[in-house]
Write a protein of this length. Sequence first.
Length: 334
Amino acid sequence: FQMRRDSGYSAMAEQQKQEEQLWHAMKITAYVLGTGLLIFTALVNFLSWYAQSTWDILGHFCQTTWLEFYYLFEGDEWTIFLLGAAVVPGLAFWCFNGILMVADVTGKPAFITRYRIQLGKNDPVDTKKLRQAIYVALFNQFFISLPMLVPMFSIMKWWGNTFSKELPTFRWFLMELSIFTLIEEILFYYTHRLVHLPLLYKHIHKKHHEWTAPIGVVSIYAHPLEHILSNTLPVMTGPMIMGSHIVSIAAWFSLALITTSISHCGYHLPFLPSPEFHDFHHLKFNQCYGVLGVLDYLHGTDTVFRQTKAYERHRVLLSLTPLSESIPEAPRRA
C-alpha cells in the first residue's frame, strides 16, 4: 500500500512537473511571439512613416510639377492621358530595350554579356530576327495598344478621379500597385495557359515562342490577339477597376513594360528581378506560365522548374559574380 501511495505521489509530481514545464514553455513562446510582433509592428510603422515622410518632402515638388504640367496643356484630358498612358511608358520601354539591344548585337559592354542565362544563345543576336521583332513590337504598340486606350479613356473619365489636380497619397499608390500586380498575375496566368492549348498555340502563341532564348523587345513580340489578351488587358484592368490617377497609370504601365522586358531580356543582371522563371518557360514551353509564380505553384506548373539549377538561381543577384558561374549547370553525362 505504501509503495502504491508513493508511486501515486510520484506520478502526480511528474504530471505537475510536466504541466509546469508546459506552462513555462507557453509563457516563453507568448513572450517571444509577442515581442516579435511588437518589434515587427514598430518596424512596419517606422518604415511606413519614413516612406510617407519622404513622400511628403517630395510631395510639394511633385504636386507643383503636376499642376504645372496640367496647366501647360490647359487641362486637355485626352492629351494628358495619351502622354501618361502611351508616351511615357513607350519611352521607358524603348530606352531600356535600346541598351539591351546594343549588348545583344555588339556583345558590348562585355560585363553585361557575362550575365547571359542561356550561354551561347544570341551571341550575337540574329539581326534579321531582331528587326522582325522590332517591327512587330512597334505594330502592336501603335495599332493594338494605342487604340485600346480610347475605351480606357472613357472608363477613366467616368470614374472622375483620373485627372484630379491632387496627386494620390504614397500609401494609396502602394496599395494600387499591389492590386494591379495581383490582377495581372491572375489574368496573365490563365490567358497565357489558354493560348498554350494546341489549337491556339499553333495559330497564335507559337509566334512568341519563336524565341526559345528571348531578348527584351520580344516581350511584346506576339500575335495581335495574344497582345490584346495576355499583354495589354491584364495590365489595363487594374487601373480601370480602381479608377486610378493618370500619374499612377503612367508609373504602372512603365513598370509593367520594364519588368516584362527584364523577364525576357536573357540576362540575369545584378540587383534586378530574376528573369530565370520566364526564361525557363521559353526554354521548356510547358512550365512557368505566370508572372509572380504563385499560381504556378498552386497549379503545379512549376514542378520541373523547381528541380533545376535555374530554380536555385531564381533570386535577386546581390553580387557582381554571375549566377551561371556560382551555380553552374551540372555536367552532362556522356
